[in-house]
Design a protein. Structure first.
Length: 211
């Protein structure tokens, strides 16, 4: 078990972690880099997507109010750690949900969704986060993600949101996309289907050229 004490955005925070969780001994540099690019405002409603032991969500709750923040993770160990850390930081009304991505998230109209996804595996998790996250955002809401990879995330966010801003910081890429329209699910599915077809065509063409 590890005790972490840190001051972020002039707020003193404490976390208890263990070896079963991501970055257990110190808060991940990518997460801190993403937080540094975000301004939490009182009117915000945020979702910490893949919350781990609760750094982003608990910080946000301390700034904007604990009833305006939601945290989720697929891992029961992470959810339990987040609940314990919420109590440790006097955040009593925050919603902490065990969820495979956004599948169990009832709330919507978030002004910000923040995520540090598992980028060392395939892209299926990030794909779900991005596509489902679009519908959970309010109009003009922001989807903010940090990874060590660039191309796939930049292309995917541009495809779903119609644009993305990218900033490189401390060896990580911070992506910020804004929901500029209320695109319905059928239109987005058509757009993504076309994207997949174009990708397959490109791959087939490259193979032919290689031969």
């Amino acid at each position: 078990m590890y005790n972490i004490e840190i001051t972020i955005k002039n707020i003193d925070l404490k976390f208890i972690s263990n070896d079963k969780l991501f970055s257990p001994k110190n808060i991940d540099i990518g997460t801190l880099s993403m937080i540094d690019e975000v301004n939490f405002e009182n009117e915000n409603k945020i979702l910490d997507l893949g919350c781990g032991y609760g750094v982003v969500g608990i910080l946000a709750a301390k700034i904007i109010g604990d009833n305006k923040a939601v945290m989720c993770d697929i891992d029961s160990e992470a959810v339990e750690a987040s609940k314990n850390n919420a109590v440790l930081n006097n955040v009593s009304n925050i919603s902490i949900v065990q969820s495979d991505g956004l599948k169990n998230i009832i709330d919507k109209d978030f002004s910000m969704i923040l995520s540090n996804p598992p980028y060392h595996t395939d892209f299926s998790v990030a794909k779900h986060f991005i596509e489902s996250g679009f519908y959970k955002l309010a109009l003009n809401g922001k989807f903010i993600m940090v990874t060590k990879r660039l191309d796939w995330y930049r292309n995917k966010l541009s495809s779903v949101f119609g644009g993305v801003k990218v900033k490189e910081k401390n060896g990580y890429y911070i992506f910020i996309s804004e929901k500029r329209n209320m695109l319905d699910s059928n239109k987005l599915k058509k757009r993504l289907k076309k994207e997949n077809r174009d990708t397959l065509k490109s791959m087939t063409s490259n193979k032919k050229n290689y031969k």
